[in-house]
Design a protein around this ligand. Structure first.
Ligand code: NAD
Length: 490
């Protein structure tokens, strides 16, 4: 069985004492690779390497063009190695291979290209002042970044953090999720091949609490922590970071509302709504897991929606025709199953779908009261709660009745309504007549329990740099303090 090692200071290494764990293919339910199991010691070594590479190495001192060229080379190599990277994520967490090759790897390469170019174009601001002074902003790299990632879009979300951090001249320690370690080691290998100096991108494998993850969040040599994962984990990380006053960016859970108005074009609304909850087997922070449909179109919408969901091709994620694979791990399957099992006891009913063999859950449509766990909590599986509404005001109130606020979507042909409802929704992103369409310049993040801070474009720049104001007197006649030395007129 292959070993997935750490990558520290440019070397592929095992843990001290040789500790290992397995990564399991959720379709076969068998271990398919061994992984170096890191802890405090490996996190220490990785942070020390990143610290040296930042304090004494060339990376933060390079020009944007030179650094950008390395990141573009890395993107090229990722495209060249699309099949291996995609298969690693598919085997680690059961994502359909058509998604990992067609969407995740291309988007991961784009993350590097976009942030390399963005950093080069957005490197500073000049502020001429009326007083005879001149101020400008320097966006200096923050230092060592700890990037802690989840398992649902392994490579894509890791690069979403690593790319801007590197583009702005930081060095990084990446801890991928324990269920999806493989593509992170491959990424670090390709970065070295692209010419990135040793110690600039380090990868440490291991678990969260009392393991490599926690050690990174408590290390005072770390200057930024960027985390994507569950809201409860986000709280633990924020507490750990507070001890060192380390700035954190937290991209957390969601319970996205999807509002379908009676004036919607159902040919648009149905396929996007299916995509919004069943793609990646519902293991999407942005999932439209609460579906509110205007009562007059509910029968037609529901018939078309459940038919389209049932037609999704379920199977081996390595098969290019598969649209819905298993859930990512046994532990996660048990969690999702507990929500499905509890629906009737909570006063709800399953309208379509349910459990299948193995760790597979079929596209599941449920009706449940607002008090039910499945209605209130993030299930993170292919399970959607459907509820009718009678007015725009009621739809907005239902959508906003959640502690989360990552995203929402609405389907309507009424332009005024689209603007009005977009403004009224409590969410970091609102989509109208579409879903998951991203512009990497736009802010990305959540309200309430869905997160703290925003990343993307200039928002990533603000987080991964220490903006410095430089102010200079540029005219000879600017006033100086009366007690200070006088300039001689020339
Ligand atoms: P998780 O919180 O269990 O784990 C995420 C990462 O944190 C893993 O690498 C884990 O090892 C690490 N970790 C766990 N406890 C830690 C601790 N105490 N200290 C340091 N590190 C720790 O999340 P998950 O199950 O991997 O991912 C699913 C969650 O991620 C869902 O809630 C989903 O909504 C959320 N998510 C959010 C976004 C977003 O952009 N807002 C995107 C994807 C996923």
């Amino acid at each position: 069985m292959d070993l997935v090692p750490h990558v520290i200071d440019g070397e592929e290494v095992e843990s001290e004492g040789g500790a290992r764990f397995h990564t399991v293919d959720p379709w076969t339910r068998e271990a398919w690779a061994e992984v170096a199991l890191g802890g405090q010691g490996e996190a220490d070594r990785a942070v020390a390497a990143a610290r040296r590479a930042f304090d004494d190495g060339p990376w933060p001192r390079m020009g944007f063009a030179e650094r950008g060229a390395v990141l573009h080379r890395l993107a090229d190599l990722m495209v060249e190695h699309t099949e291996e990277l995609a298969l690693a994520d598919t085997r680690d967490m059961g994502k359909p291979i058509s998604d990992s090759t067609g969407k995740d790897v291309p988007r991961s390469a784009l993350n590097f290209r976009f942030f390399a170019d963005h950093a080069r174009l957005a490197a500073g601001e000049a502020l001429p002042m009326d007083t005879g002074h001149h101020a400008y902003t320097r966006f200096e790299p923050a230092g060592v970044v700890a990037a802690i990632a989840p398992w649902n879009f392994p490579l894509m979300l890791e690069t979403w953090k690593v790319a801007p951090a590197l583009a702005w001249g930081n060095t990084v320690v990446l801890k991928p999720a324990e269920d999806t370690p493989t593509s992170a080691t491959m990424l670090a290998r390709l970065a070295l091949e692209a010419g990135m100096p040793p110690g600039v991108l380090n990868v440490v494998h291991g678990f969260g609490p009392d393991s490599a993850g926690q050690a990174l969040t408590e290390d005072p040599r770390v200057d930024r922590i960027t985390f994507t994962g569950e809201s409860g984990t986000g709280r633990a990380i924020a507490r750990a970071a507070a001890a060192n006053l380390t700035p954190v960016s937290l991209e957390l859970g969601g319970k996205g509302a999807n509002l379908v108005f009676a004036d919607a074009d159902l040919d648009t609304a149905v396929p996007w709504s299916v995509q919004a909850i069943f793609s990646n087997a519902g293991q999407v922070c942005l999932a439209g897991s609460r579906l509110f449909v205007e009562r007059s179109v509910m029968p037609e919408f529901l018939a078309r929606f459940t038919a389209a969901a049932a037609a999704l091709r379920l199977g081996d994620p390595k098969d290019r025709a598969t649209q819905l694979g298993p859930l990512a791990s046994e532990e996660h399957y048990k969690k999702v199953r507990s929500y499905v099992d509890g629906i009737e006891a909570d006063g709800g009913e399953v309208l379509a779908g349910g459990l299948d063999d193995g760790w597979v859950v079929r596209p599941t449509v449920v009706h449940a009261p607002p008090t039910a766990r499945v209605y209130r909590e993030e299930v993170f599986g292919p399970v959607v709660v459907v509820q009718p509404f009678d007015s725009e005001a009621e739809a907005v109130a239902l959508a906003n009745d959640t502690p989360y606020g990552l995203n929402a979507m609405l389907f309507t042909e009424n332009l005024s309504r689209a603007h009005r409802v977009s403004a009224a929704l409590k969410a970091g992103t609102v989509w109208t007549n579409c879903f998951f369409i991203r512009d990497l310049r736009a802010p990305f993040g959540g309200v309430g329990d869905s997160g703290v801070g925003r990343e993307g474009g200039s928002f990533s720049r603000e987080f991964f740099t220490e903006p410095k104001a430089v102010v200079m007197a540029i005219h000879d006649d600017v006033p100086v303090p009366s007690s200070g030395p006088r300039r001689s007129a020339q």
